[in-house]
Design a binder for this molecule. Structure first.
Ligand SMILES: Nc1ncnc2c1ncn2[C@@H]1O[C@H](COP(=O)(O)OP(=O)(O)OP(=O)(O)O)[C@@H](O)[C@H]1O
Length: 232
């Protein structure tokens, strides 16, 4: 589904990513791991078009993605992005936040499907509340739901468990597993909560200082090896 080859990324003059290659397949969770500041969020920004890459190639379903492609174009091509920190619109209601998720779609496709509320029943109950009044866990669920509204083929999740209480972490894990098992979406998960990532992941790519250390399937990888590679 996604193929990235030799991607480089800069902020001004400072280079953050060096020849990064990563792939993500439909029906699989690809975990992107590494210690703080190695460039995981930057890679998701490049893949989502939020911060343009400086070099390298990217294809989605075999379609080349131009270097300057904007987030809007990537969203239309099927990339759903759940950023670190959620970026829920605090003054908009839950319903309005969800509606922003389909802004990239053609008018006739703009609909919040019932499945969204089946996955996240709390959002149904709170649909007229303001985003800013939701708890952190509820905001995280809203951010994931907002990305799902556009029916992405590639879902990018940046630390969905950060600052979230255990019962909601479990619900979010169940949703990710459900989406993976539906078999119509590729998922890239950036996650510092090791057991959560190890449990869900099918493929693992580890970054160190902006470079890929290794990409392995779960079968090829010992838990201890992965743990050591993401420990300081
Ligand atoms: N907008 C920016 N301008 C300049 N430097 C930045 C910017 N955003 C991030 N960086 C730097 O880029 C590097 C990689 O940051 P990034 O957030 O991608 O890492 P990360 O692996 O996601 O870290 P974390 O696990 O802490 O979220 C860091 O050194 C960071 O300070």
């Amino acid at each position: 589904m996604l193929n990235v080859e030799n991607l480089t990324l800069h902020y001004g003059h400072s280079q953050i990513l060096y020849d990064v290659s990563i792939a993500a397949e439909v029906g699989k969770v690809t975990c992107l791991m590494g210690t703080n500041g190695v460039g995981k969020t930057s890679l998701l920004k490049a893949i989502s078009g939020t911060h343009g890459r400086s070099g390298g190639d990217m294809t989605l379903d075999g379609q080349p993605v131009a270097k300057g492609a904007k987030a809007y174009t990537l969203a239309k091509m099927g990339v759903g992005y759940v950023p670190q920190g959620r970026d829920v619109f605090p003054l908009m209601t839950v319903r309005e936040n969800l509606e922003t998720g389909y802004a990239c779609l053609d008018r006739e496709k703009r609909k919040v499907e019932d499945e969204i509320f089946e996955l996240f029943p709390v959002l149904q109950d709170m649909r007229n509340r303001r985003g800013g009044d939701l708890s952190g866990g509820q905001q995280q669920q809203l951010a994931i739901a907002r990305a799902l509204v556009a029916k992405p083929k590639l879902l990018l999740l940046d630390e969905p468990t950060e600052g979230i209480q255990p019962n909601i972490i479990k619900q979010i894990g169940d949703v990710i597993r459900y989406l993976r098992d539906q078999g119509d979406m590729a998922i890239i998960l950036v996650e510092q909560f090791f057991d959560f990532a190890y449990d869900l992941g099918d493929e693992f790519t580890v970054l160190t200082r902006g470079e890929v250390t290794f990409s392995k399937t779960k079968a090829e990888l010992k838990r201890e090896e992965l743990l050591a590679s993401v420990s300081i």
